[in-house]
Write a protein that binds this ligand. Structure first.
Ligand SMILES: *Cc1c(COP(=O)(O)O)cnc(C)c1O
Length: 389
């Protein structure tokens, strides 16, 4: 007989999922009600308002897609692009390359703008691509590239797109709730995110928001969206508000309780305060890591506080360290992805995980493991530096 699954608790300091606030776990276990129950509909309306706050937008078309961040990504692409369209896609890490895959599968053409991994998207290259491709319909870029820890200047990139009459598709999976993001002020058009990064909710939902311009483009398509499930024209029949909500798919009821709670927690703390907390925890972690002789992949100016990609010291076995952190300290940090696999660790300080206890645990654990592996580091130096910062 197989018995119930009861995992050991871990401290999650990787690229997501992050530590889930116990309040959210409690919310997930509340009684399941129907997806058209008036109580549930009230909760959906509140969730929409809370998402508008998190995204800093008044967009009507703001909702959580019932699937993980990758589905939010796909929702933006399949709704905005039609066969024969052209998209300019910025690539400076793994998630930019996934955008290109999405463009191709929509039957559209991708013009790529490439930057080295670890660098932000270069606005000058983007401007040149917009000039060279006046027929491009959308500019696509990742705000917070989780594979490298680099932050791109979404405000500047969106302004360039507007000057050239282009819509934008922006990946904010790792930025939402962790660093400044202002959808309306910056004029972003189709924006997707995830729940398990800086919102510290369980994985499986993808908040999205579409500007009026993007919503118009979706309404006026020449061809139907090739994905029935992700077609926003249909999804809006359920999420659209008002009295006439129709069944589209059964909403993940309890998962949405969790997201609602996560957004209530964000609202209680305040968005700006949450951004400041991520920045402060990063500063402290970075000082500690530097004391351990561990350097960053990204220049200080462009570093994401919530995703610290750091270089693995010479001669240290990547997988052995991560395995030891997990077995001896119940601590998960992330491995490198794509071109950075085996070369870096990705230490997350996302949402609920961005706290002083986690910073201290991570530095102590890493220090002990490195000492055991013969690295010349001074005991206690990391936490001293972290506290000083
Ligand atoms: C995690 C992540 C995704 C994918 O989200 P999933 O929930 O894993 O599907 C997309 N883009 C970025 C930048 C991410 O960090």
């Amino acid at each position: 007989m197989i018995s119930s699954f009861k995992p050991r608790a871990r401290t999650l300091m990787g690229p997501g999922p992050s530590d889930v606030n116990p309040r959210i776990l409690e919310a997930l276990g509340r009684t399941t009600i129907g997806h058209l129950d008036p109580q549930f509909i009230e909760m959906m309306d509140q969730t929409k308002q809370l998402l508008q706050y998190a995204f800093q937008t008044e967009n009507e078309l703001t909702l959580p897609v019932s699937a993980p961040g990758s589905a939010g990504m796909e929702a933006c692409f399949v709704n905005l692009l039609e066969p024969g369209d052209k998209a300019i896609v910025c690539i400076n890490g793994v998630f930019g390359t996934r955008m290109v895959e999405n463009v191709k599968r929509c039957g559209a053409t991708a013009v790529t703008v490439e930057d080295d991994w670890g660098k932000p998207v270069d606005p000058e290259k983007v401007e040149a691509a917009l000039k060279a491709n006046p027929d491009a319909k959308v500019l696509c870029f990742v705000h917070a590239e989780t594979s490298t820890g680099a932050r791109s200047d979404a405000k500047t990139l969106a302004a360039l797109a507007q000057q050239h009459g282009c819509l934008t598709i922006v990946d904010t999976v790792t930025s939402l709730g962790g660093v400044e993001l202002r959808v309306d002020e910056w004029g972003l058009d189709a924006v997707y995110s995830g729940t398990q990064k800086c919102l510290s909710c369980t994985p499986g939902l993808s908040p999205v928001t579409f500007s009026e311009k993007a919503a118009d483009a979706i309404r006026n398509r020449k061809t139907p969206v090739q994905s029935w499930f992700l077609d926003m024209n249909l999804v809006m029949g359920y999420w659209g508000g008002g009295a006439k909500r129709a069944y589209h798919h059964t909403a993940p009821i309890n998962a949405l309780y969790g997201l609602h709670e996560a957004l209530v927690i964000l609202q209680e703390e305040g968005l700006e305060k949450a951004w400041a907390r991520h920045a402060a925890m990063h500063k402290s972690l970075a000082a500690g890591l530097e004391a351990l002789g561990i350097g960053f992949v990204v220049d200080a100016e462009y570093r994401l506080p919530q995703l610290n990609a750091v270089t693995i010291p010479e001669g240290i076995d990547d997988a052995a360290v991560r395995a030891k952190l997990l077995s001896d300290y119940d601590l998960e940090i992330g491995a490198g992805l794509g071109a950075l696999a085996g070369k870096v660790w990705r230490i997350g300080l996302m949402g609920h995980s961005a706290n002083a206890e986690n910073v201290s645990l991570c530095l102590n654990a890493l220090e002990s493991v490195l000492v055991e592996m013969g690295q010349p580091v001074e005991k206690g130096a990391a936490n001293k530096a972290a506290s000083a910062a």
